[in-house]
Design a binder for this molecule. Structure first.
Ligand code: ADP
Length: 239
């Protein structure tokens, strides 16, 4: 089986610092893979390399059999890789509908006008924001802004979704709702790569985890095995 996403020896430096050091990993279609590691281990940089927000200094990234390293972020998005950001980036002055419509216009066969509005409404319903469609995004609660960001990412009709700490900062009830939502996206066939610190969520969602430490991969395997690996535990405890 060929991987949907493959990183082959990917490296990214910032000056003298090697933030991602020869990282290789693969994500099969339909998987939910957790990208874990202590702060500063290179997770967000790795996500930025996949989405094209940053260029690689070495190695290559292949999505669906096609080399995407070297492409611009909008080209990668159009091939089917969507992402959310660690800091929510919705457009506060625009309504929820308008936020999602902006995402729809960006698709390869951009949707506009009434078709866009209908699709945007469907996407808002998909993430649980159906009744807030006309509210300005800036008036939404934190979790609802996160839902909106997800709807905007889904507007691209992605095959791979990159989630960067999407569940961070939620209270326990919201966390369960967030986990259920992500699980339902996976059940719909979306492939997910997520950076996540909330271990309950990692256990609930990820079939497999890749762990980084200081830019290097130190573990890759089934979630339970990886999280009980002494080397992983040591990395998290900072020993
Ligand atoms: P994580 O997401 O695991 O917390 P990051 O990928 O954010 O780690 O950071 C990895 C390392 O790269 C850190 O040492 C961080 O300070 C550094 N880094 C990240 N982005 C930049 C940047 N734009 N310029 C310089 N250093 C950066």
């Amino acid at each position: 089986m060929s991987a949907l996403l493959e990183l082959k020896g990917v490296t990214r430096r910032f000056g003298g610092l090697v933030a991602v050091n020869g990282l290789s990993l693969s994500v099969q279609a339909g998987e939910v893979v957790g990208l874990l590691g202590p702060n500063g281990s290179g997770k967000t940089t790795a996500m930025n390399l996949v989405s094209g927000a940053l260029p690689c200094n070495g190695g290559e990234i292949v999505f669906d059999g096609r080399r995407i390293s070297g492409l611009a972020s909008h080209q990668i998005a159009r091939l089917g890789v969507a992402r959310t950001f660690q800091l929510v980036r919705v457009l506060g002055g625009m309504s929820c509908l308008e936020n999602v419509e902006a995402g729809l216009a960006f698709r390869p066969q951009g949707l506009h006008g009434r078709a866009a509005r209908e699709r945007a409404q469907q996407l808002l319903e998909r993430v649980g924001l159906g009744t807030q469609a006309v509210l300005p995004a800036g008036e939404l609660t934190y979790i609802d802004q996160k839902r909106l960001e997800l709807a905007r990412a889904l507007a691209l009709a992605p095959r791979l979704l990159l989630l960067d700490e999407w569940l961070a900062g939620l209270n326990p009830t919201e966390l369960q709702q967030g986990i259920a939502l992500i699980r339902s996206l996976s059940a719909d066939g979306l492939t997910l790569l997520l950076v996540e610190h909330v271990m309950d969520a990692v256990h609930a969602l990820c079939t497999r985890c890749v762990v980084m430490n200081a830019g290097t991969k130190i573990a890759d395997g089934p979630t339970r095995e990886v999280l009980s690996d002494p080397q992983v535990i040591r990395a998290y405890l900072g020993e």
